[in-house]
Ligand binder design. Structure first.
Ligand SMILES: N[C@@H](CCC(=O)N[C@@H](CS)C(=O)NCC(=O)O)C(=O)O
Length: 195
């Protein structure tokens, strides 16, 4: 979403996680996506850093935090998203692989982050106030995945602000414009330009 918002174009190579190309692992041995390789060969392999790379070039609506206090808040939210919430999300999603607790245990632990978002969204349409920002876009994919594990639970959960925020963001052209399905990339394929 940040790449599209910034008006940048990248060459897209769709990766199937169970079939990671050797060329990806050669660039970034940690084996996660997304990975961005710049023309000079520099590798950016954290999505947060890829967002920062895009926004540093063009940020027409002010997604980047406008104050030090806002930057601290965004970093704290994204840190918690990337560590605790992501860990609980993975266990909730694949609870059969983590049999020491039932799925509800991981769900309830993850819901602590939703409760935090709920509090912020009670004060404005978006996490930092009345405008979409890096904070919203940074946590959106993970909240979406969390909601989709059990939509009946999510729809009935006591998070009305998170529910309306998620529905609103998933309805944007920005979101739908980046959610096309791409075929798996293989060496030698024609170039796919994103977005
Ligand atoms: N902190 C990393 C996390 C990236 C990450 O975990 N990506 C998942 C897909 S969304 C992945 O590549 N998992 C590898 C696997 O499951 O084998 C980032 O934000 O870039």
């Amino acid at each position: 979403m940040a790449v599209r918002y910034s008006g940048l174009s990248v060459e897209l190579r769709e990766v199937v996680l169970k079939d990671m190309p050797a060329s990806l692992l050669a660039c970034s041995p940690k084996g996660t996506v997304p990975v961005l390789v710049l023309p000079d060969g520099a590798v950016i392999d954290e999505s947060r850093d890829i967002m920062a790379w895009a926004l540093a070039q063009n940020d027409p609506d002010g997604w980047l935090p406008a104050s030090t206090a806002a930057a601290v808040l965004v970093n704290a939210l994204l840190d918690e998203n990337d560590t605790d919430f992501k860990a609980e999300l993975d266990r909730y999603k694949y609870a059969v692989r983590y049999p020491e607790h039932p799925a509800e245990h991981y769900r309830d632990r993850g819901a602590r982050f939703l409760a935090k978002l709920e509090g912020r969204l009670g004060r404005g349409d978006y996490l930092l106030g009345e405008r979409l920002s890096l904070a919203d876009v940074g946590v959106l994919p993970f909240v979406r995945q969390f909601a989709h594990v059990d939509t009946a639970w999510f729809d009935a959960a006591p998070f009305p602000q998170v529910q309306r925020w998620l529905v609103a963001l998933l309805g944007t052209d920005l979101f739908s414009g980046v959610m096309r399905k791409y075929p798996q990339w293989h060496a030698g394929d024609a170039v796919t330009v994103f977005p």
